[in-house]
Design a protein around this ligand. Structure first.
Ligand SMILES: [Zn+2]
Ligand SMILES: [Zn+2]
Length: 942
């Protein structure tokens, strides 16, 4: 069997379809992984990398004394499968294969992915022939030719990829650990540092500092409006920007009619057609259409894998001679852009345009197939159209402009106006994405005199440099040699997800800035692009087999050790610096109660809240939902009323939850419960808030004297308020317990809202577990709970409620469990059962059972029954066993119903005892008769 390994499932499918050439392709699934077979050939797709490089075991613990962050530099690495099902299927197929072709993407990353597949195949099949197919587009022509001319895997290219992987892991892991530990951060909150990431972040931080330092300067612009053939024409003063206001005003005042045309300059200007797309210019053009860098790349990759465009990761801006441009035109002639393609065929320039960079791996991005809007969806089609039109533009003739410049004079001041007219639209005819704006001017003649309708003097200010947009940043990264065409957009994405930068254009966050500055101060090799550029040039040397992978990694190790020398010497300072400065990002403003600082506090586990810096003197705090609902951060918005920063909960993959002003939120979410306190009227509520009392709990827990003083109440009224608050608090507690019970026992369903169910139940008087346990199924059904569910829920509620009540009596949990298992319900059931039955059912000693019985009776305010000593129980059992035909089993059953000796047997109701014990009623009557006879005999004997 011939096995073909593609980079992705979708490319495996397409390659199979192309190579099958009309024969049927059979899809099979093995553990969820698809294979595509025709004849003797099977294709399988990877998921990019199916293994990853990781450190050998032992380095997992960040706080290990032996395995310090620095030790990661020299740590050994291994490859671990990340896609186990794909790996095992690949190896299963490889065992049966008599030939394997690696058909992953053709670049460094693809070669490395191919090498990983190569190693997995070799591990199970020593001798099978493995070759490599290279192609830049998944089109029939390219694929057939690639498989007809297979070569060997390029191990040098793969080694460059491997070196990059190892170096990135080593730099990222050791530095991230070092900085996070120094700043005492862990878990969700680590501070990541990376080889490409940190210099990129530094660029954004530096730009922000430039903007902050920028002092705007005033300048003045002078212009006038004249008129020709009824059309207003605006002309600018030839001075451009006046730095001096006086001079500008003087020029304005001198500008007097007539306005004389002193010169008319006519000319033409060539407007060159754009050069072919490489990754960066493509991302920039897509950004103009509103696509983020990551999105633009994702869509382009999909289009590539479906055969619509060529490989989108390329540095090449020159079409190679091997690319059949006529063939491409012929292919896209039947696309929805037929008219434009035919225009190009008729007007094609002799040679296509070329950019500055020529490389051999892939051609510039160009269309390779026909896509339709209906077939691929709106966004993908817009990208397809962009790529297709760009291709057409590179074959279009240049555009030609007619330019016109008119110079005027008025009172010795000179003005000018320029116009442009598109004589030949050229490439603009097929590429509407870059605007060709015409300014048409009427005909002027030298010496002509014109009126002045208006003179405008505008005061303006110079602007700071602009923040980087994603696409500008990618361009700049490319100029500096930071990252590769494949990774740049991912690096930016990581900076965003690490909360180092935000917005578009990109702005550093406080953490992003603090980490950058700490690194700059203490180990600036990490923040400068030089080191990364050096490594990139080493990669190139590996590709050209001028250096080995190990050699390059070793050099990188020593660079990193040098950085660590500096970092470790300043560890404490770095840590304190980051901690002190980032603390600010959690500060929300002044504590309303004491004037201290309110800040978001993240505790161990998932607890988070807002607390005061003067704790424990000031206990003011605001609760926040647990972190499962989102990690609390502050935003730039500030409450007009409370002057506090807004709070937002952010969760990966979910829309952020905006809490807004935490104090406004706190007040409104507690308003309802406060009004449940009977003596809380509007005036008192207002007063309480003005004294920073916002919750029922605060009132319930305060000292009556203090409460009286704070709220200006008599001691009696304060006492009353406190006790009422206690009652409301207890009610709230029960209500929330009931809500929790519902959440735990009602399966979530689409369209079902717990809040709505609780509201309906509340109206029916069911607000806590006790009332739920007493409720009837009809009430629950009316609240929207199904019949079966209602019955189960009620049973559960009764059990839970009963065991809660029993718990309240003070019976320890271990014993409670035994009673529950014996089927004893609440305290009433317990008391009714009696000690003998309880002891028999649970196997606990009578002494223990007696103690529990006493607790329950006290709880129920009932007289505690006389306790049964063990001796008495044993004596009673003997009495029972003395009856003829009453076996030990029967005795136990009787005791289980509270019949434990001669006396209780004689007094028992035979019918009830039979029902409770499962014994035959007649037999019980027989035992009773025997016992009575025995007792009579005993009396007679006396
Ligand atoms: Zn405070
Ligand atoms: Zn507020």
């Amino acid at each position: 069997m011939h096995l073909i390994v593609a980079e992705k499932n979708i490319s495996a499918h397409r390659i199979a379809q192309i190579l099958a050439g009309g024969h049927k392709v059979t899809e099979k699934k093995d553990a969820g992984v698809s294979t595509y077979s025709f004849g003797d050939t099977t294709t399988v797709g990877l998921r990019g990398h199916v293994v990853e490089v990781d450190f050998v075991p032992g380095y997992e613990n960040w706080r290990s004394e032996t395995y310090t962050p620095r030790s990661l530099i020299d740590a050994k690495t291994i490859k671990v499968p990340t896609e186990k099902r794909i790996v095992s299927l690949l190896q299963k197929l490889a065992r049966q294969a008599d030939g394997v072709t690696i058909a992953t993407d053709f670049d460094t990353e693809g070669e490395l992915i191919g090498k990983e597949a190569y190693e997995l195949v070799r591990a199970v099949n020593k001798n099978v022939k493995i070759d490599r197919a290279r192609f830049s587009a998944i089109t029939p022509q390219e694929i057939r030719s690639a498989f007809a001319n297979t070569t060997d895997l390029d191990f040098a290219l793969a080694a460059a990829g491997e070196a990059r992987q190892s170096i990135d892991l080593m730099w990222g892991a050791s530095l991230t650990r070092f900085i996070s530990l120094a700043a005492k951060r862990g878990g969700n909150n680590i501070l990541s540092v990376g080889r490409v990431q940190s210099p990129t972040l530094t660029m954004i931080v530096d730009r922000e500092k430039e903007i902050e330092k920028f002092v705007p300067e005033k300048y003045w612009q002078l212009g006038l409006v004249t008129e020709k053939s009824g059309e207003p024409i605006e002309a600018r003063h030839t001075n451009g920007r006046f730095k001096d206001q006086k001079a500008a005003e003087l020029a304005r005042d001198r500008t007097k009619e007539p306005l004389v045309v002193i010169e008319v300059k006519e000319g033409t200007k060539q407007d060159r057609s754009p050069s072919p797309f490489d990754t960066t210019t493509y991302i920039v053009a897509a950004a103009r259409l509103g696509f983020s860098a990551a999105n633009a790349m994702r869509i382009a990759e999909e289009l590539y894998m479906n055969g619509y465009i060529s490989y989108p990761r390329t540095d090449n801006t020159v079409y190679p001679a091997s690319l059949d441009l006529n063939g491409v035109l012929a292919t896209i002639r039947n696309s929805p852009f037929k008219k434009d393609v035919e225009w190009i065929i008729a007007h094609r320039r002799p040679e296509p345009t070329r950019g500055k960079k020529s490389s051999t791996d892939h051609p510039p991005i160009h269309p390779t197939g026909i896509a339709t809007r209906e077939g691929i969806g709106e966004d993908a089609f817009r990208i397809y159209e962009l790529v297709l039109r760009r291709f057409l533009a590179t074959l279009s003739p240049d555009a030609l402009w007619q330019t016109l410049k008119i110079n005027f004079e008025a009172g010795g001041e000179t003005y000018t106006v320029t116009g442009g007219r598109l004589l030949e639209p050229g490439w603009h005819a097929v590429y509407p994405f870059s605007e060709a704006k015409e300014t048409l001017l009427p005909v002027f003649v030298t010496g002509e005199k014109l009126p002045i309708r208006k003179v405008n003097l505008d005061e303006k200010e110079t602007l700071p440099p602009a923040r980087y947009t994603q696409s500008k940043l990618i361009q700049r990264m490319e100029e500096l040699g930071l990252g590769t065409k494949s990774t740049r957009h991912e690096v930016i994405q990581r900076l965003v997800s690490r909360k180092y930068v935000e917005g578009n254009p990109l702005r550093p966050t406080l953490v992003g800035r603090v980490v950058t500055e700490a690194l700059e101060k203490n180990a600036n090799t990490i923040t400068k692009p030089d080191m990364t550029q050096t490594i990139e040039s080493h990669m190139q040397q590996i590709k050209e087999s001028k250096r080995t992978r190990d050699d390059v990694i070793a050099e990188s190790r020593s660079m990193l050790h040098k950085a660590f020398d500096q970092l470790e010497a300043n560890e404490q300072e770095i840590g304190e610096d980051i901690r002190n400065r980032t603390a600010e990002e959690l500060n929300l403003g002044r504590c309303p109660a004491c004037g201290g600082t309110l800040a978001i506090k993240h505790m161990r586990g998932s607890t988070q809240f807002i607390g005061c810096s003067r704790y424990p003197e000031c206990t003011f705090n605001i609760g926040l939902p647990v972190t499962q609902w989102g990690w609390a951060v502050r935003t730039d918005d500030i409450c007009d009323k409370h002057h506090l920063h807004f709070v937002r909960l952010v969760r990966k993959g979910a829309r952020p939850w905006d809490i807004g002003c935490p104090l406004c939120h706190h007040i409104s979410s507690n308003a309802e419960s406060l009004t449940e306190i009977p003596s809380m009227d509007e005036a008192l509520l207002e007063k309480a808030r003005s004294r920073h009392i916002y919750t029922v709990a605060e009132i319930a827990r305060s000292e009556p004297d203090q409460l009286a003083q704070i709220l200006g109440l008599t001691p009696e009224k304060a006492q009353k308020l406190k006790s009422e608050a206690g009652t409301v608090l207890e009610k709230l507690r029960r209500r929330s317990e009931c809500r929790k019970f519902m959440r735990n026992h009602l399966i979530p369903r689409k369209g079902r809202s717990y809040a709505k169910i609780m509201e309906a139940l509340g109206k029916a008087g069911v607000t806590d577990l006790a009332s739920l346990a007493r409720a009837n199924p009809g009430t629950l059904q009316q609240a929207g709970i199904g019949e079966h569910e209602a019955r189960d829920l009620l049973t559960e509620a009764r059990i839970t409620h009963n065991s809660q009540l029993l718990k309240e009596t003070g019976i320890p949990a271990v014993s409670l469990k035994k009673y529950r298992e014996a089927g004893i319900g609440g305290p009433d059931d317990f008391a009714a059962a009696g000690a003998a039955k309880l002891a028999s059912l649970t196997g606990m000693s009578t002494g223990t059972v007696n103690r529990h019985l006493a607790l329950v009776c006290e709880y129920l305010h009932r007289p505690v029954p006389v306790t049964l000593p063990k001796a008495r129980l044993e004596k009673g059992r003997k009495e029972l066993l003395s009856i003829k035909g009453l076996t030990a089993t029967v005795a136990d059953k009787l005791i289980g119903t509270g019949v434990f000796n001669a006396e209780t047997l004689c007094a028992a109701d035979a019918h009830k005892t039979a029902a409770a014990s499962g014994l035959d009623e007649e037999k019980i009557r027989g035992y009773q008769a025997q016992m009575r006879k025995k007792q009579e005999n005993a009396i007679i004997r006396i």
